[in-house]
Design a binder for this molecule. Structure first.
Ligand code: F6P
Length: 423
């Protein structure tokens, strides 16, 4: 590389997203990049000329190791939908003028399917205008729903946390005895894809039966059938634990959480904020059966738990960051790095690059055959697929008994409030 590169993070954070950033930084420097810029809050921040020089933050090997162990997007994130070229050409002119001003030869974006839409549009614009800057996507999402890649960095660590937490919840649920039993409902993220919810099955082993029921968003949810199953289970056991996706919907496509007290927040991509499904179902079951219930929403914890990450995941996240830079340095654009599984046992995985047009805005769902006939649990194939991704640990660097993270850029650590849109 002869000039500068810029990297951004976008969409929901993960516990591995900064390992990709570390991979981008190291590889760019090794390949001769002069300055590695980090856009603050993704493309939205770049549009306001908010960026940093990463060498001011990653000065030593220790900084790099801390970054790999720091959850949430170090650079800040955004959910920003870049308008189409024909909708607003001025925004493209502005971005490319900025890239020219900063002498940027490669633009790397770490994100999920919405973020790949940004890479797609920017690389298309560069082709149309003959601009030499290359645009490459680096996969990230706990949801594991990106097309053409075996899995996404961030998923393995979230799956490990979810499997671990589920096991702990099940243990706890058997301690006390209640007259009519206890029903615990655990709500897991993943709007349309059940990869995370299915990972609750990882709790199952010699020392744990695993959850009793698992409901993915891919399969319509029947609340009466759910109640009947819970009631039947309670006649045999004193505690029932059900894992449900935040995105479960009834046969008409209405989110179950919409039947409760859902907030009305909708993001730039038109996604409704999903929350409260477990609380709604716990109330419903308590009302119907009269037993004690508990609702647990794993929420932010499942994507920010850097104290229980998967070593495989963190190292792969770093690897895809490096591969994205290599791809751009070799002259490719409009591509995303994918993980290609070579074998399960021993687990081996490599990287390739694929056309981002075939990935942006697509969603990879859990195959129907990886869920049982009744739609109430995942199959062995599902568990065999996930298990290699949660192996190994990345021990936190502990200071005073608490994991240490890399100090945030001062531009982000200050309590700054962005300009609010007028209603
Ligand atoms: O994109 C990842 C994700 O964690 C989804 O699983 C979830 O639906 C969404 O982000 C939640 O986003 P937010 O934190 O913006 O509510």
């Amino acid at each position: 590389m002869k000039k500068n590169i810029i990297v951004g993070q976008s969409g929901g954070p993960t516990a591995a997203i900064n390992a990709s950033l570390a991979g981008v930084y190291r590889t760019a420097k090794d390949r001769g990049a002069k300055t590695v810029y980090g856009m603050l809050h993704g493309i939205q921040g770049l549009l306001n000329e908010r960026y940093i020089d990463l060498s001011d933050h990653i000065r030593t090997e220790l900084d790099s190791e801390l970054l790999k162990r720091t959850p949430a997007s170090f650079l800040g994130s955004c959910r920003f939908k870049l308008p189409g070229i024909h909708e607003d050409i001025e925004i493209y002119k502005k971005i490319f003028a900025l890239l020219d001003k900063m002498d940027v030869e490669a633009f790397i974006y770490i994100g999920g399917n919405d973020s790949m839409d940004t890479i797609k549009k920017l690389s298309d614009y560069a082709i149309i205008t003959g601009h030499p800057c290359r645009f490459v996507g680096c996969p990230k999402t706990i949801d594991n729903d990106l097309a053409l890649t075996d899995h996404t960095p961030g998923y393995g660590s979230a799956a490990k946390y979810i499997g671990t937490s589920m096991k702990e919840i099940i243990r706890d649920s058997y301690c006390l005895e209640y007259d009519k039993g206890l029903v615990t409902i655990v709500e897991v993220m993943g709007r349309d894809a059940g990869w995370l919810t299915g990972a609750t099955a990882l709790a199952e082993g010699e020392d744990c039966d695993g959850p009793d029921l698992i409901y993915l968003p891919e399969i319509p949810f029947d609340i009466i059938n759910f109640r009947d199953r819970v009631e039947k289970l309670l006649s045999k056991k004193r505690s029932v634990v059900a894992a449900i996706s935040e995105g479960i919907r009834d046969k008409n496509g209405v989110y179950i959480c919409e039947q409760g007290n859902i907030t009305n927040f909708v993001d730039a991509f038109g996604h409704k904020q999903l929350s409260g499904t477990a609380a709604f179902l716990a109330n419903y079951i308590a009302g119907e059966i009269g037993c004690k219930t508990r609702a647990i929403e794993l929420s932010t914890l499942q994507r920010s738990a850097s104290h229980v990450t998967s070593r495989v995941d963190i190292l792969e996240a770093q690897q895809v960051g490096g591969a994205a830079v290599k791809c751009a340095d070799e002259g490719d654009s409009g591509k995303m790095v994918v993980l290609q599984r070579i074998s399960d046992d021993p687990y081996q995985c490599g990287t390739e690059v694929k056309d981002v047009h075939k990935i942006a805005n697509e969603e990879k769902l859990v195959p129907r055959e990886w869920v049982n006939k009744e739609g109430t649990y995942v199959t062995e194939e599902f568990v065999d697929y996930v298990q290699p991704l949660i192996q190994g640990d990345m021990a936190p660097i502990m200071v005073n008994g608490i994991p240490r993270h890399l100090i945030s850029p001062k531009e982000l650590s200050h309590y700054t409030v962005p300009e609010r849109k007028k209603k």
